[in-house]
Design a protein around this ligand. Structure first.
Ligand SMILES: Cc1cc2nc3c(=O)[nH]c(=O)nc-3n(C[C@H](O)[C@H](O)[C@H](O)COP(=O)(O)OP(=O)(O)OC[C@H]3O[C@@H](n4cnc5c(N)ncnc54)[C@H](O)[C@@H]3O)c2cc1C
Length: 381
């Protein structure tokens, strides 16, 4: 006999775990299923840090949703009695006529966000580890910072569990279908039935739901941790902000040394990436890949371009416009789609979890999520 509930959440990574918390807290009978264990390192939500940034370079349309996420990061801290969002400050750098800084500045101005616009000399004075080019400018956002994705996922899972959600790990979903009265999800171990289905399977969505024909491209992304050449304490939170930097046709990013001077300092390249199969992800990081990041750092944060300590491999699931997919499936109001997060959704995670719960319960979200409408690619089912 099938296990019945109000809603089934497929995928308990960043988005799905938040959804389970918000759904179960609202009193729904929730079943969540993931093929791996909680906060695993095989999807898109691992690697110790995720940057959180409000003067959003993706456009002002994202800002109200981010502001809601900021409120919910604080709410999560209250619920758990520990901070999740560490506001270390963040800085976005690049040419004044580039893509990144003008976009961040436009969002800050349009939405009236507190920010500072800095020239290269001021950047050098304020952040001595940075060596911007003469024509680089920057937007500093003091409210920016980082969260630890593994701890966030575990917190959402614990809260969902406490609110009565049934959470199954190590159980791969092999089939999802709508029925005359609801939805059915099958794993090797069990069949689950419910009124509604939340699809939060990240990079696996195109494989698991080919019928949705969403234009999602999965990319392999490398994260690296470097040992600074000197003065590792310059990279501690409080001194070193979270940074994103446009230059040489790429966008790089990095975090402060969140685990102290011996943990290494994380940096990577946000742009680009090789197409990947999530079930056969190449986890071997080649010397050439390290060289690319080190060269980016050498020109901008030379003190950080030291010994490479360790790495991780992760995935982006990119849509053509790099906006998320979040809303009711065009084919069925019983299905909520949450994916295609294009390498930038973790900062929104609590707000996405809340929006998913509202979509399941009311069929619409309080926040404006029209940017993420699943049917914007045209009906392809
Ligand atoms: C290197 C890197 C750096 C990033 N930096 C930032 C940043 O600084 N700021 C930011 O905001 N965002 C950042 N992001 C993006 C952010 O981390 C992602 O957008 C977010 O984590 C995506 O979460 P998700 O729930 O969609 O995917 P996941 O966390 O991967 O979750 C999907 C889940 O679905 C499960 N699943 C899939 N198929 C099945 C199946 N058949 N049966 C059962 N379970 C299944 C998987 O096991 C997985 O647990 C970064 C991403 C990467 C890779």
């Amino acid at each position: 006999m099938a296990y019945t509930s109000d809603v089934i959440v497929v995928g308990l990574g960043g988005l799905g775990s938040a959804a389970c918390h918000h759904l179960a807290t609202r009193g729904l009978r929730v079943v969540g299923v993931d093929q791996f264990q909680p906060a695993h390192a095989r999807g898109a939500s691992h690697g110790e840090t995720r940057g959180v940034w409000q003067a959003y370079f993706m456009g002002p349309g994202y800002v109200p949703f981010l502001q809601r996420a900021y409120e919910l990061w604080d709410h999560l801290a209250e619920l758990r009695g520990e901070p999740f969002f560490h506001r270390t400050g963040g800085i976005c750098l690049g040419p004044a006529d580039g893509e990144l800084v003008p976009a961040a500045l436009a969002s800050a101005k349009t939405c009236g966000l507190p920010h500072e616009y800095l020239d290269a000399a001021e950047v050098r004075r304020r952040f001595p580890t940075f060596t911007p080019a003469e024509d680089d400018v920057a937007v500093f956002d003091a409210s920016s910072g980082y969260v630890r994705p593994e701890l966030v996922i575990q917190a959402h899972i614990d809260l969902a569990d406490k609110a009565g959600a049934i959470l199954r790990f190590g159980e791969a979903v092999v089939e999802c279908a709508t029925t005359s009265s609801g939805v059915r999800v099958r794993t090797a171990a069990e069949t689950y039935e419910a009124d509604k289905l939340v699809v939060a399977a990240g990079a696996w969505i195109p494989k698991l739901f080919p019928q949705l024909t969403l234009p999602i491209q999965v990319l392999r992304k490398v994260m690296l941790w470097f040992d600074p050449i000197k003065g590792p304490e310059d990279f501690l939170p409080g001194r070193q902000p979270y940074w994103i930097w446009e230059g040489d046709g790429a966008i790089g990013y990095g975090h402060p040394a969140v685990d102290g001077v011996n943990g290494g300092v994380k940096a990577g390249i946000h742009s680009g990436g090789d197409p990947a199969n999530p079930d056969e992800l190449d986890r071997f990081v080649r010397a050439e890949e390290v060289d690319v990041v080190r060269a980016f750092l050498r020109d901008r944060i030379p003190q950080l371009a030291g010994r490479y300590l360790r790495s991780g491999v992760c995935m982006y699931d990119n849509t053509p416009d790099l906006a998320f997919v979040l809303g009711l499936a065009p084919s069925s109001e019983r299905i909520v789609l949450a994916g295609g997060t294009s390498g930038h959704a973790f900062k929104f995670v609590p707000a996405i979890g809340e929006a998913i719960a509202e979509l399941v319960i009311e069929g619409k979200a309080t926040q404006d999520i029209s940017l993420f409408a699943p049917d914007r690619f045209g009906r392809r089912e």
